[in-house]
Write a protein of this length. Structure first.
Length: 344
């Protein structure tokens, strides 16, 4: 966290500044795509986003503690300690745990509904005991707490140009779209942790089960049934992006470049998965750096345009122009100022 961001947010207490700095570190270390997009927000809003992401990342790390040999009981106890710290921190507005301290401050500043944090923790507890989901509806129930509420937590920070309840369903859908993208990209890694997030009915429609996935993962061999199931999962995810897309225009104009950049970059993960033949059991899909950089540059131009428009200094004819979207990228046609291009 830069001093400029903390100063812009009016965060002056040294202990609180350290707490937010810790959250920023977690974001930068674990969420490259999200961290890149966050840098497009006005400086005053970045600390809050880092606090929300940092807490979610910390809880997720507890659930996935496998490398240090933590037992299921140890992970459950650690998650319960975090939940107690969260409940106390939200009630009192501060906490001795730095990440919770920053989160509690953010929740108070932006009046974020505490139920979103309760629902999130419920899904984290599910991760300790649930290893697969029979149907997409069951998975959506889990993702409400693990992903949709993240979008709902973000709305007060981002701001909207419509009543918040109109934007909320799209924000929730975007959180789910991002998580479904991660589930598809990480299907092999999740399988190694004993979990399958792709719904069993979707897999079963193509004759795929845990045993077949395990065989493919262990042998490095591919199976057309698995490819077909993963392709269906990709199409399902793109449908959720379409649910989310109308919400972009509902955000505060100065916040749109951030979320739009994340929207395009996560969509680019799907593009990469498809381009690589849905081989996610054998290698992790990584968006090429050149494309990431182009999307980030486009976001920076959009930020400048939004700030000029807000200040009333945008020159005649200025603003974004419609351009062609790379094939396969979800969402509406891209916009850019003349002389720039976008890729994801």
């Amino acid at each position: 966290m830069t001093a400029r961001e903390l100063d812009a947010a009016g965060i002056t207490d040294p202990v609180l500044r350290d707490a937010y700095t810790r959250c920023r570190y977690l974001n930068a270390r674990h969420g490259r795509t999200y961290f890149l997009a966050t840098r497009l927000l006005p400086p005053a809003r970045r600390p809050a986003v880092h606090a929300l992401y940092g807490f979610a990342r910390w809880a997720d790390d507890i659930v996935d503690r496998l490398d240090d040999g933590a037992t299921p009981a140890e992970r459950r106890d650690a998650l319960l300690r975090l939940q107690r710290a969260l409940e106390t921190g939200l009630r009192q507005g501060h906490s001795p745990e730095p990440v919770v301290h920053a989160l509690a401050d953010t929740a108070a500043r932006y009046r974020i509904d505490h139920r979103h944090f309760t629902d999130f923790m419920a899904s984290m507890h599910d991760d300790l005991v649930v290893t697969d989901y029979a149907t997409y509806e069951e998975l959506r129930g889990y993702m409400h707490g693990s992903a949709a509420v993240i979008g709902l937590q973000m709305l007060p920070v981002l701001g909207t140009v419509v009543p918040r309840d109109l934007a909320a369903p799209h924000a929730a859908a975007l959180g789910i779209a991002f998580q479904l993208t991660n589930f598809l990209r990480d299907v092999g890694e999740d399988l190694d942790r004993g979990r399958i997030y792709l719904p069993a009915d979707l897999l079963g429609a193509h004759g795929v089960d845990r045993q077949l996935l395990r065989w493919s993962r262990d042998t490095g061999r591919r199976d057309r049934r698995i490819t077909a199931a993963l392709r269906d999962a990709e199409h399902l995810t793109r449908g959720v992006y379409r649910e989310a897309a109308p919400g972009l225009a509902m955000l505060d104009p100065v916040a749109r470049p951030c979320i739009r950049t994340a929207f395009v970059l996560y969509g680019a993960i799907l593009d990469t998965i498809a381009a690589e033949g849905h081989a996610v059991l054998h290698r992790r899909a990584v968006v090429p750096r050149r494309r990431r950089s182009a999307v980030a540059l486009d976001g920076l131009v959009r930020v400048a345009t939004a700030r000029l428009r807000a200040a009333g200094t945008l020159p005649p004819g200025g603003g974004p122009q419609r351009v062609r979207r790379p094939a396969g990228t979800p969402g509406k046609p891209l916009l850019r100022p003349v002389g720039t291009r976008e890729a994801g």
